[in-house]
Ligand binder design. Sequence first.
Ligand code: 7PJ
Length: 334
Amino acid sequence: MTRLLHWPEPRTDLPRPPGARAVAGSAHVWFERLRAMDAARAPASPALDAADRLAASRPVLPGLPADRPLVMGIVNVTPDSFSDGGEAFARADAVTRARAQLDAGADILDIGGESTRPGAADVPVAEEIARTAPVIAALRAAGIATPISIDTRKAVVAAAALREGADMVNDVAALTHDPELGPLVAEAGVPLCLMHAQGTPQTMQIGPRYDDVLVEVFLWLAERMRAAEAHGIDRAKLIVDPGIGFGKTLEHNVTLLKGLALMHDLGAPVLLGASRKRFIGTLSGVELAGARLAGSLAVALHAAGQGARILRVHDVAETVQALALWRALTKERA
Ligand code: 7PJ
């Protein structure tokens, strides 16, 4: 049997018609109509339970609201990260930046010790652990209870982070890099973000190709969800991410963002990381990654309007401020 894909038409305008349904439990984004198609984009009749599935709430972690976009603050502990440069290397500096993000309203912190930007070199695991685990330990020792995500493709790095108190794993390779990561996440029982990439960080920007990027990313993520489940990971613990910039041209990124709401049919919370990325520079003519805040906010609000549940961003205070206004203006009752 071929998989039908259901695409809710996401809206935020008010007032809502009587038949409006929440998109993935959102208090802000709703749909009235959905389209069904097969993988060749031939129109089909929607499955009977599709609207219920698309409307269902998808909690990310206990204690975090399930009806609004969450802000995930990026805490790079890498000397070569493309937007933070060498300044971010010092662990003490990472702890300071993490605390500032929490003060600014971050819901989750994403700690990473390996740059996965295009062309980046591999980091030895011992070094990746030395960059990340002590930062998590320091935050927990300071009494910070906010959920922490470890951004890694490697089981030993994730294990060290979870021991120090991390709550979830963010794997940009969606369990294709390290065969030990799936079993580890299953055993730990923590949420896992599966991100789509075509190729590896070294090769991904060399001529990425798709026949239909939206459908192919969808089907690839569906397959990775099945692979995660085969490791014993609970389907309800999975988060999905189309992987903006990971083996994608400008056109691929734009197509994925315009059609982001299709990803809700995977039945998992949708995470989006677009902050300061190259396509923002390309579309706006802003060369410097650190000067791409306005474009990053525009994309964050677009993703919120598509029902994205987690926005992974560098500029937490500004994103929280933009979302506060977006929430006020899209909520049915004040
Ligand atoms: C992403 C990520 C993303 C997820 C990076 C950067 C490059 N993890 N890690 N999604 N990007 N889940 O931050 O620009 O888009 S590293």
